[in-house]
Design a protein around this ligand. Structure first.
Ligand code: PLP
Length: 443
């Protein structure tokens, strides 16, 4: 095998799928076999695999100016235009944008900017971050400590204790409810737990809470009705900022511009990556409100700079790719299309899988969904050692569908946003074959 340390991979694994090219929602391996990319790569290739306009914008920019940095007084048109364009889109007050390369680094940037801001306003003790059990926020040092998935923490001595990360309950009613608890009672209980935790720590020591509006890597958890309304009221009451990690949900995935819109969240801070450029070039953004930015100006003057920046912050080619992607979303009404085809996908998924003996729960919104695989439909008992998810993933691939088994025995669907109803039908036909096959193997 090539001397590559493969990311998020069992390093003993010897089987590899060698992908070669893509077209629309399809990718092809080096033997010419076709697969539907049921997870849009890693929740990111919203415009599919052959968008000539984005490729054109990238090559034009490469020919004009392949790189310039944005440090110490340098800038360029694409980065300025992108910030203006995003400012008109986001629900953050008078927004400012710090650009990076990945969702992880965007979350680390926010971690640092929150410290910068609270130090600037004379509240250096307000530094803890609340995350949630089962949350995924990336793998860099701060983001990796805010992630709660065991496989991302084990052997890395994560979470880093000095970062002061607090963990709240995951808002998953199906797996987290107690006895006959209703959804409303479940929400009240987990938010009461959170309030007790805030009081015990001291609200003055907590800067923000980070949430994925709908989670991705933990199995597409859609919190119950009323959860975010009550959560936000609680955080506002205690002066804790709301930080929406929109790395997966952002730009149409949930059938609206942002997951915040779909779930009724009014964020103070946001983070973006993935669909910001349809993954044609790496770019991320950390979004803060103007009132935060204003307080960061004086300390930067005191030391001569805002001392945070990546070589590729505001990379001109990445900005050109993102600008073209946003232009296409707007012109082609991609988010409306995602809402329409997403509603169809959700309905079909439920029609096909709700009664399936291997499936405990079907969940999702827009074009993001998951099915929870169980060994006992009545009790919801999980299948040991992730065997259900692994079997479905393997059999799906044999049926020409790429998807990912996620923590807790679920498999996720998150196809490119350009998918049509007919392609949804074909994707679900292949998924059904895989789930039936897994059931036959496991029972
Ligand atoms: N935040 C969320 C919600 C994610 O799903 C991911 C990646 O899947 C990240 C952050 C990290 O992004 P990246 O892999 O680009 O570092």
């Amino acid at each position: 095998m090539a001397p590559v340390i493969y990311p998020t991979t069992n390093l003993t694994a010897t089987e590899q799928l060698v992908l070669d090219r893509g077209k629309g929602i399809y990718v092809y391996d080096t033997d010419g076999n076709e697969y539907i990319e049921g997870l849009a790569g890693l929740w990111c290739t919203s415009l599919g695999y052959d968008n000539a306009e984005v490729i054109g914008a990238i090559t034009d920019q490469l020919n004009r100016l392949p790189f310039t940095h944005c440090f110490g007084g340098k800038t360029h048109e694409p980065v300025m235009k992108l910030a203006e364009k995003l400012k008109a889109m986001v629900p953050v007050e008078d927004a400012y944008f710090f650009f990076g390369n990945s969702g992880s680094d965007a979350n680390d940037t926010h971690y640092k900017m929150l410290r910068y801001y609270f130090n600037a306003i004379g509240k250096p003790e307000k530094r803890k971050i609340i995350t949630r059990e089962r949350g995924y926020h990336g793998v860099t040092v701060a983001a990796g400590s805010m992630t709660s998935l065991p496989a991302n923490l084990a052997h890395f001595d994560a979470p880093v204790e000095a970062l002061h990360i607090l963990r709240a309950d995951a808002p998953h009613y199906y797996s987290g409810r107690k006895g006959n608890e209703t959804e409303a009672q479940f929400v009240d209980r987990i938010l009461d737990n959170l309030e007790q935790q805030i009081l015990a720590e001291g609200a003055d020591t907590i800067a923000a809470m980070i949430v994925e509006p709908i989670t991705g890597a933990s199995g597409v958890i859609v919190p119950p009705e009323g959860y975010y309304e009550k959560l936000q009221a609680l955080l506002r009451k205690h002066g804790i900022l709301v930080w929406a990690d929109e790395v997966i949900c952002g730009f149409g995935r949930t059938g609206a511009d942002f997951g915040c819109t779909t779930m009724g969240i009014k964020p103070d801070l946001m983070t973006f990556a993935k669909q910001l450029s349809s993954a044609y070039f790496p770019i991320s953004a950390s979004v803060i409100p103007g009132w935060m930015y204003e307080k960061m100006v004086a300390p930067s003057a005191a030391v001569g700079m805002f001392g945070h920046g990546y070589t590729y912050s505001g990379h001109p080619v990445a900005c050109a790719a993102a600008l073209k992607t946003l232009e296409i979303y707007e012109r082609d009404k991609t988010f409306d299309h995602a809402a329409e085809v997403g509603a169809y996908m959700q309905a079909q998924l439920r029609a096909i899988f709700t009664d399936h003996p291997l499936v405990g729960e079907v969940r999702g919104k827009g074009l993001i969904a998951a099915i929870e695989l169980v060994s006992n439909k009545t009790t919801g008992a999980t299948i040991e050692k992730g065997a259900g998810g692994a079997a479905v993933q393997r059999l799906a691939q044999q049926n020409g569908l790429l998807l990912r088994a996620l923590a807790g025995n679920s498999v996720a669907l998150c196809p490119p946003l350009i998918i049509t109803r007919e392609e949804v039908d074909e994707m679900l036909r292949r998924l059904k074959n895989a789930v039936d096959g897994a059931y036959a193997e496991l029972k």
